[in-house]
Design a protein around this ligand. Structure first.
Ligand code: NAD
Length: 490
């Protein structure tokens, strides 16, 4: 599977038809450590459409046998792969931190959560079934059956580089589909480890295939090939729209996309709690969670006290390499991310918001080689400013003052996204009203905008998701199966 080039840098392969293979182009690319851009984490295959073609053919060939494989056998493979991830969690967490930048503790939690996801679907997928329908004919039974779709393309981002693939691949496999998986080029190593775990757990050849490379070289065929029956994608809204438009009429798509998630701080809110929720939702994972808090809509009465607390708590966050103890904010994941975050900090200033905390790039000493930026807090933001409307995907929070709940809701809903939203209040009536009024797929009360359960549905409204299928939980299995209605007369 691996070819050692030097003592340090390892070249990793694609995984096609049960074998580790080099790309036909003969070209490779490197994955870098965002805390030290001179450090190469690994070299990966710069694949093109010929490699994708082989992967899709392998997945197509493997499908008839995999669909006949007993669900309990498929589940056993998922469980064994979960054990492999758990046994190697420390080593994998180190690789994840080195490749993506998040703190070791977060990285380990992500690896363990991925194992838990495999186990969850190993159980849930075995009892996922159809329904029977009463009818007027005493000699007829009407029921639905759920069948797998066939070959599924899985395309994923870098921010949760193993848990997002796990929550797509596990339900695809347990329901009998075969997979072609393309990870983000920023985090191919930890993605490969998931595939390796499945391989070592005994998954038959061709059932899971892994192809790395630029989306411009491999993306189109993954989406347009006639044998691909479904595409499950997580990433930016722009890429999601592109994939959705390109995919064939008969190809099922599931797109989990961007967000511009608000937290509303009501006049009765515990401002200490509101500040903690904002810091955790907005700045953990360096603000690089799709459900990260990026707007605070705060009632005039508590604004000053809230901002004071928020600055206090933000200034306590230690910035640094994810391998260091106590670090809460690691580097941004790549140079593009850094440039984009700095660009939006400039937009905030240009548009007339007040930068009340942070927002500086850190370039000296230990930060010299990494993509570091201080978390930024903007006050006096108005709803039409770019920092209040557009996804930034970094540690930048925009505070908008309002006078009423109605105004807060109108502003919260006046963006093209609808992924996650929260309200901080002790008013039970208002809390319930909020769950009805807010346009978001994930709605929280007195909790961070981030975080979702493995066993509950996850997805957004508006441009945060395609309005087709949810991920996670039992409903996460629906996307990967089609319904057949069967009438049996006897
Ligand atoms: P991205 O859209 O640049 O890339 C995501 C993946 O898609 C990568 O593997 C990339 O190579 C591939 N890709 C990009 N364009 C493609 C195309 N036209 N055809 C086929 N493949 C293509 O996103 P990113 O920078 O990796 O991740 C950040 C984005 O992901 C943010 O917008 C964030 O909100 C979103 N995200 C959403 C969720 C969610 O569940 N809603 C979760 C995490 C991240």
């Amino acid at each position: 599977m691996i070819i050692v080039l030097t003592t340090k840098v390892v070249t990793f392969s694609n995984f096609i038809d049960g074998e580790w293979k080099e790309a036909l182009s003969g070209k490779t690319f490197v994955s870098l450590n965002p805390a030290n851009k001179d450090e190469v984490v690994g070299t990966f295959q710069a694949s093109n459409e010929k490699d994708v073609q082989l992967a899709i053919e392998a997945a197509s060939k493997a499908f008839p046998k995999w669909v006949q494989t007993a669900p309990s056998k498929r589940a056993a493979i998922l469980n064994k792969a979960a054990s492999i991830l758990e046994e190697n969690a420390d080593k994998l967490a180190k690789e994840l931190t080195r490749e993506e930048g998040k703190h070791m503790n977060d990285a380990k939690n992500e690896v363990l959560r991925s194992a838990q996801t495999l186990r969850y679907y190993a159980v849930e997928g075995q009892s996922f079934t159809g329904e029977t329908f009463p009818n007027d004919d005493p000699n007829m039974k009407v029921s639905t059956e759920r069948e797998p779709l066939g070959v599924v393309s899985v395309i994923t981002p870098w921010n949760f580089p193993i848990s997002i693939p796990a929550r797509k691949i596990a339900p695809a496999l347990i329901t009998g589909n075969t997979v072609v998986f393309k990870p983000s080029s920023d985090t191919p190593l930890i993605a490969l480890r998931l595939v390796e775990a499945l391989h070592n757990a005994g998954i038959p050849e061709g059932v899971i295939n892994f192809v790395t490379g630029k989306s411009s070289d491999v993306g189109d065929l993954l989406v347009t090939h006639p044998a691909v029956k479904a595409v499950t994608f997580t990433g930016s809204t722009a890429a999601g729209e592109d994939i959705h438009q390109k995919s064939a009429f008969t190809t099922r798509t599931q797109m989990e996309l961007g967000g511009k998630n608000p937290i509303i701080v009501m006049d009765d809110a515990d401002v200490e709690l509101a500040a903690t929720l904002t810091v955790n939702g907005g700045f953990s994972l360096t603000g690089q969670a799709c459900t990260g808090t990026s707007r605070v809509i705060v009632l005039k009465e508590v604004k000053e006290a809230y901002i004071q607390k928020l600055i206090e708590k933000t200034s306590e966050l230690k910035i640094g390499n994810g391998f260091e103890d106590g670090v809460k904010i690691g580097p941004l994941a790549n140079e593009k991310q850094l440039k984009n975050v700095l660009k939006y900090i400039e937009y905030g200033k240009e548009d007339g918001a007040t930068l009340v905390y942070g927002g500086e790039q850190l370039t000296k000493g230990e930060f010299q080689q990494g993509f570091y930026v201080q978390p930024a807090i903007f006050a006096n933001v108005t709803p039409n400013m770019r920092i209040a409307k557009e996804e930034i995907f970094g540690p930048v929070v925009a505070i908008i003052e309002v006078e009423t709940y109605e105004e807060a809701i109108a502003i919260a809903n006046d963006v093209e996204y609808g992924l996650s939203a929260s309200i901080v209040t002790n008013n039970l009536k208002l809390a319930h009203q909020f769950t009805k009024d807010i346009q978001a797929g994930t709605v929280k009360v007195n909790r961070t905008t981030t975080g979702n359960l493995i066993n509950a549905p996850f997805g957004g409204l508006k441009k945060s998701s395609t309005s087709t299928f949810r991920e996670s939980g039992r409903v996460g299995l629906e996307f990967f199966t089609q319904v057949k209605t069967v009438y049996v007369g006897y």
